[in-house]
Ligand binder design. Structure first.
Ligand SMILES: Cc1cc2nc3c(=O)[nH]c(=O)nc-3n(C[C@H](O)[C@H](O)[C@H](O)COP(=O)(O)O)c2cc1C
Length: 199
């Protein structure tokens, strides 16, 4: 059982990377049987998708795609930038076909320096998975006032305490969905040859 975690911020000192690392530590602490792999776009953006050198066959994509294929779940950590998901994360989703994320459980975590963060949740739920058939779970996490939370092993305030509890809850739900979806992928029901794209 492996969970792939992506930090969708391409800023060097990204709070989303801090958040993604905290999520990785928390997941390993509460569900030690679960392996994790963290892929960060900070200073390491994927080149823009195209059919030739920049696409799924690029050298850059070899390692993350291998881990994604082995994973039964995906955690997307993304800041809200100008009310949107980052362009780097959208680009990443172009790389994620049914062979890598189809019918796997996805957990959305968004990050805001202030009190925002709902727009990227809505955006991810609305689009980006039509063809990949990634299944967002109903639980998500919005990390507001991100500089105040997830800064060390102990919670430092009411919001930090709540978000840590809510994160643990979300991770346990994700684990349950990841396990529940496995027999769907392993069964004979899915036919992406007949129906390669969503409607
Ligand atoms: C280009 C840009 C646009 C931003 N737009 C928003 C926004 O619309 N809403 C918001 O809450 N924060 C916005 N922020 C601030 C982020 O919430 C802040 O940078 C936070 O630390 C999360 O991003 P990070 O993971 O890149 O650090 C923006 C930041 C940048 C760099």
């Amino acid at each position: 059982m492996k969970t792939f975690i992506i930090n969708g911020s391409h800023r060097k000192e990204a709070e989303s990377l801090k958040t993604a690392k905290f999520i990785q530590q928390t997941l390993s602490a509460i569900l030690p049987e679960r392996e994790t792999y963290l892929f960060s776009l900070s200073e390491n953006p994927l080149s823009l998708w195209d059919e030739t050198q920049g696409g799924p066959n690029s050298e850059q994509w070899e390692e993350p795609s291998r881990h994604l294929k082995q994973s039964d779940s995906l955690i997307v950590v993304c800041p809200e930038w100008n009310g949107m998901v980052t362009s780097g994360l959208k680009n990443f989703l172009h790389f994620c076909g049914t062979d890598l994320v189809g019918h796997k459980a996805g957990y959305i975590v968004t990050v805001s320096a202030s009190d925002n963060g709902a727009y990227p949740v809505a955006e991810l739920r609305m689009n980006g998975t039509k063809n990949s058939r990634l299944c967002w779970i109903p639980e998500h996490l919005i990390v507001r006032q991100v500089s105040e939370v997830f800064n060390g092993p102990e919670a430092t305030g009411k919001s930090d305490t709540y978000l840590r509890q809510r994160l643990e809850y979300g991770l346990r739900i994700l684990d349950a969905y990841a396990k529940a979806l496995t027999p769907i992928r392993d069964g004979n029901l899915i036919d992406h040859e007949a129906f390669p794209n969503g409607m």
